[in-house]
Design a protein around this ligand. Sequence first.
Ligand code: ATP
Ligand code: MG
Length: 414
Amino acid sequence: MSGVILPGSVVNGQPATLGVMGGGQLGRMFVHAAQAMGYYTAVLDPDPASPAGRVSHHHIQTDYLDEQGLAQLMQRCAAITTEFENVPAPALLTLGAHRFVAPASDAVAIAQDRAAEKAHFVKCGVPVAPHAVIETEAQLAAVADDLLPGILKTARLGYDGKGQVRVKTRAELVTAWTELKQVPCVLEKMLPLKDECSVIVARSGRGEMVHFPVQRNLHRDGILAVTEVNPGVIDPLLAQQAVQATKAIAEGLHYVGVLCVEFFVLEGGQLVVNEIAPRPHNSGHYTLDACDQSQFDLQVRTLAGLPLTPPRQHSPAIMLNLLGDLWSEPVKSGSEPKSGSDPDLRSKLGSDPNFGTPRWDKVLALPGTHLHLYGKLSARQGRKMGHLNITGATPEAVRATALQACALLGIEPF
Ligand code: ATP
Ligand code: MG
């Protein structure tokens, strides 16, 4: 554990600086939270246009394993976190040898591998989906009939439903594994889901742990679409179980930082853990506007060794993910491709600066709407461009506003 890094202090002759590996939207919101508290920030991401790099005091534009880039990050920063789970473990090890790094590389390594992750859940006594690890032809042949129909998932590098194939028969399973280039996989039994939910905890280096309320999540095409957080959206007993399970999983990893655990709620009411994310999570974005501390504030606190106090939700909330699909062509332009599918299209159509942009002015006329866009330059189908948080006096009012926003934006109602 580093000691405490006080906001606005001077560390080794420079302003106290917090670093983040990865420059996506999660890094951007971490940077915003750190800067609001008075820290300087540094981001390492090779992309010159990365959402976090653009708003950080320092942006180191190198590969994640580049020795000079890592050295520069360490030279700048008093402590370093990560914003995506696929940051190479050796990079975190290098950083961890010289700086306080949270979460630590061993916890991140477990989250990077579905097989290791499931083994950890089992060790913590948290129920998982029936599954089999498939790394060899022999393991493929030995799969129990009972696991079909199932979902074949690559053990590593999957996200937003990528690296997954749904299979009904043994023949489909064999084809799917070939399609996935026979990389190590996990076959999970397809479960009858009633609901999905997630829990976000923050754990300090001193072992203090606080959590946000249980969030109900709706996925579409493997991508989170809607998160709703109101008392009662999840049965209170299940919610309590989910929080206990999340704490056990975090404790078992000796985790420091913000951790999200995703769960399935089965038709029969049982709770089954799906996966963990060793960082703030898309399902926690509502905390920016509906809680007295956001998940990013807590990420800053855990990294800087500051005290953790339980966050309080002060408003019912719904979050709508804003995917690139919403950036559409104007009705008049008929057969033109979507603006986002061609980065040059905006300049070609230079006369209309609002071309393809959703009508935020209409959405923001609704009460309790909070727009967060990540500053991505081109919209692609399925790309997370931003999110809309909706807060209000009652769950019913929030839901009504969210449905109005869906109608305005062309998001399928829920
Ligand atoms: P992300 O990292 O973006 O959360 P992912 O690519 O890691 O997603 P999963 O969380 O494994 O993917 O699965 C995506 C979605 O697919 C789940 O939220 C759920 O809706 C569905 N799904 C996954 N596994 C199962 C299962 N065993 N039974 C039924 N549905 C499932
Ligand atoms: Mg998931």
